[in-house]
Design a protein around this ligand. Structure first.
Ligand SMILES: [Zn+2]
Length: 347
């Protein structure tokens, strides 16, 4: 009887799984990989196309979306998804993979960090987006409707931007939904980066979700963000870590045959403290990314353009330098460093 029930359930799941899967102009039949574009229509400013690959696996299973390039100069994460487009074969996949390698094409084309140069907006702060807004809002809206709403899980990939000397880490969001949080925690640990920042203060309102990962999480989809790469050049190891991480999560979700043991000794970061520039000037770092600092450790100095000291910078708390400014250019208010405060065992 049990065997019969399982057979019926399997039959039904195969029958109810969609024969084809469409994102934007890409429609893949079962067992196919199709490339296309998510079209952001013209509005108060120009239209543009976001490249997308749809891999509709030979076997049914969950839908995983992987998005990179919200910041179009975080190159290692973009190259990682480019590599995944070739690496993932539909014959090996149970479920469906949506790959969006470059969400913010204008930033990439014009080599502008942090924002979309068309409207000056950060493309990971305006979710769920707005179909009548400026380009960043319309692009976010298209991603929400076609990628987030169609997926079961989402991974948002980032890295150190042109001005950030960053060590790799993931973010794990605590939504308060215990079951969902356990699943996303399992995904983060399977991904493989040992440093995990615990986010407890993400918006809870799906209509004001701000971040991409949070847009999926507030819609009940276990998801997370990971970062690797830094300040321009693509280090093959950084891109590789992100490629392997995504494949690990696919193994963990049983979307492909692949062992994905959880990180053995995760380093949980319970809080981020940032150091910001108090005035315009020139930045001279005193520590590298990944430095373990005590409270009061000198991390750098800001001078004027004639090398006269303006601001001495110290770590506000003990922790790990997750990223430090990679370039001397500095304007008042810029983030100079992010220090992760490590959660103590048992706390
Ligand atoms: Zn980013």
């Amino acid at each position: 009887m049990t065997k019969l029930l399982i057979a019926v359930a399997l039959f039904l799941s195969v029958q109810t799984a969609p024969a084809s899967f469409t994102v934007g102009t890409a429609t893949a039949a079962r067992g196919e990989k199709k490339l296309g574009a998510l079209q952001v229509p013209a509005g108060v400013d120009a239209a543009y196309d976001i490249p997308v690959a749809v891999i509709h696996g030979a076997h049914p299973g969950p839908v995983l979306a992987v998005v990179a390039g919200a910041h179009g100069t975080e190159y290692a994460s973009i190259i990682a998804v480019e590599r995944l487009i070739d690496r993932i074969q539909p014959a090996d996949v149970s479920g469906t993979v949506i790959l969006v390698p470059l969400a913010n094409v204008p930033s990439f084309e014009r080599i502008v960090p942090h924002v979309n140069p068309t409207d000056g907006k950060n493309m990971n702060r305006f979710y769920p987006g707005d179909s009548t807004g400026t380009q960043t809002e319309r692009a976010s809206w298209a991603i929400t409707k076609q990628v987030v709403e169609q997926c079961d899980h989402l991974i948002d990939l980032h890295g150190g931007d042109l001005d950030e000397n960053l060590r790799p880490y993931s973010y794990w969001t605590v939504t308060g939904n215990q079951k969902q949080d356990e699943i996303s925690r399992g995904m983060v640990l399977a991904f493989g980066l040992p440093h995990v920042i615990i986010s407890v203060d993400r918006p809870k309102d799906p209509a004001a979700s701000r971040y991409l990962e949070n847009t999926a999480s507030t819609r009940g989809k276990p998801s997370f963000t990971a970062e690797a790469g830094r300040s321009g050049p693509v280090d093959a190891r950084d891109a590789g870590v992100l490629v392997e991480g995504v494949l690990n999560v696919m193994g963990h979700l049983r979307m492909m045959k692949r062992a994905a043991p959880p990180v053995k000794n995760p380093i949980w970061i319970e809080r981020l403290v940032t150091v910001a520039a108090e005035r315009d000037g020139m930045f001279h770092p005193a520590v590298d990314r990944d430095a373990h600092v005590s409270k009061g450790t000198k991390i750098g100095v800001v001078t004027d353009y004639l090398n006269r000291p303006l601001q001495e910078l110290v770590a506000p708390e003990a922790g790990i330098v997750l990223f430090i400014r990679a370039v001397p250019s500095l304007k008042k208010g810029d983030t100079i460093a992010s220090v992760g405060v490590v959660k103590k065992a048992g706390s």
